[in-house]
Design a protein around this ligand. Structure first.
Ligand code: HAM
Length: 425
């Protein structure tokens, strides 16, 4: 019986996996440059953690969580996002010291039972970061600028930052009431979910994707007009600095995001090279979450990017070449003795991180050369009876087809020189 991967999941392998490794390595180096250190949290957590942080009325909690009971009847959920688990861990492991700033990054799979389509999966990978302990707008900026710098580093263009403020505990309640009243008059036109949300959590209506609701949203009073002075200042400071840094951004006054924990700054970064699922990174400030999850009252801000989407844009743009996983040297070995002589050399080369493949399966020279071709190797070393006598190999440059004899114990130096010339040239 043959099995298929589960709907909404996918296998990632060469050559895309090399691109993923490049995207991950570049992100990690840049996260470290911005002062973040890694945290790895479990893939599943208590369901209540997500209900509490993401919010009961969100699509994620209402419809999209992979929840189950374990054998002891514990209610568990595969993490739909990273922030809740990171904050849970930071509190539990005493990583949060008031007056200090904790900067944590993470990468790994997340799970949401969404309707699969291009760029939307049920298991997808995020790279994200959280900065806990400051309400200074420069921390919001640091997060947005990290994204901008990262996407520039991997060669993405055609991106737009959409920015908004969803207010704070001081100004949002008044706006909620305005919104509630406005939505009361429109109830008949809202989808079933939003009719309920309009009463319980009216801000969620702004995030509804149903067409009839979207039409109503464009007439709705915007949070912008209800922001308190502190929130207004926060937003205008970010705007001013983004302008100074020449970041391509717009204010999207209806942007609220699909998670309930945000306060003040929210942002999404969109690519013009993707279809409907065009948000490649998103995040914002969440000043109350740490305390709500039992930690000290510490404001925080963070983001996460979707690796599948970033990978897709990168492949569409082909902006800069990605270092691949090309074999450096392929050994075509003729006979037992050649295999014995090559084995030690191959191990030494591999210990020096030279990428080597070899055929130990007693194949004809012709079929070994075909395999060498398929491998994409830069060089092929042929070792047969004649070569053994001279303790050398016939080294073939697979691109130029030039061949020459080279001593086995000079091979490593030769390959290193060839590699450095390739990088410099
Ligand atoms: P989010 O907007 O739910 O935010 O997800 C962040 C990014 O993950 C999205 O912009 C998108 O690129 C990717 N993503 C989300 N769902 C899917 C999916 N089904 N398939 C493929 N990619 C997807 C968060 O998760 C927040 N935790 C971000 C954050 C961190 N806010 C503060 N700190």
């Amino acid at each position: 019986m043959k099995f298929k991967s589960v709907r909404g999941t996918r296998d990632v392998f060469s050559p895309e996996i090399e691109l993923w490794q490049y995207l991950e390595n570049t992100a990690v180096a840049l996260l470290k440059a911005y002062g973040f250190s890694e945290i790895r949290t479990p893939i599943f957590e208590e369901s209540a953690l997500f209900n509490r942080s993401i919010g009961e009325d969100t699509d994620i909690v209402e419809k999209e969580m992979y929840s189950f009971q374990d054998k002891k009847g514990r209610n568990l959920t595969l993490r739909p996002e990273g922030t809740a688990g990171v904050i849970r861990a930071a509190i539990e492991q005493n990583l949060l010291v008031q007056s200090n700033i904790a900067k944590l990054y993470y990468l790994g799979p997340m799970f949401r039972y969404e309707r699969p389509q291009a760029g939307r999966y049920r298991q997808f990978y995020q790279i994200g970061a959280e900065c806990v302990g400051s309400d200074n707008y420069r921390r919001d900026l640091e997060i947005i600028l990290w994204c901008v710098d990262y996407f520039a580093a991997i060669g993405l263009t055609g991106l737009k930052v959409c920015l908004n403020s969803v207010g704070c505990a001081d100004c949002r309640p008044a706006y909620r009431e305005v919104l509630k009243k406005y939505l009361q008059d429109q109830t008949g036109k809202l989808c079933g979910d939003c009719q309920r949300r309009a009463v319980k959590n009216p801000l969620r209506v702004l995030d509804c994707k149903v067409d009839s609701c979207r039409e109503i949203i464009f007439g709705i009073p915007a949070m912008q007009d209800w922001l308190c002075d502190a929130c207004k200042t926060n937003l205008s400071e970010i705007e001013a600095d983004l302008k100074k840094e020449k970041v391509n951004f717009i204010i999207d006054k209806y942007l609220v995001r699909g998670l309930d924990y945000y306060t003040r700054t929210v942002f999404e970064i969109k690519s013009e090279n993707l279809g409907a699922q065009d948000t490649i990174a998103a995040g914002g400030r969440y000043d109350k979450l740490v305390q709500e999850l039992g930690g000290p009252p510490m404001p925080a801000v963070g983001f996460a990017l979707g690796l599948e989407r970033v990978s897709e844009v990168r492949q569409k743009q082909k902006a800069v070449a990605t270092p691949g996983n090309r074999i450096d040297i392929f050994f075509a070995l003729l006979g037992e003795q050649a295999q014995n002589r090559a084995a030690g050399v191959i191990r030494e080369l591999r210990q020096q991180r030279i990428k080597v493949e070899a055929v130990f399966e007693n194949k004809s020279l012709k079929s070994q050369m075909r395999l060498a071709d398929q491998s994409g190797a830069k060089f092929t070393a042929i070792l047969g009876e004649e070569e053994l006598k001279k303790d050398s190999v016939t080294l073939r440059n697979m691109q130029t087809k030039e061949q020459k004899d080279i001593k086995l114990d000079e091979l490593s130096q030769f390959l290193k020189t060839a590699k450095s010339e390739e990088y410099n040239g």
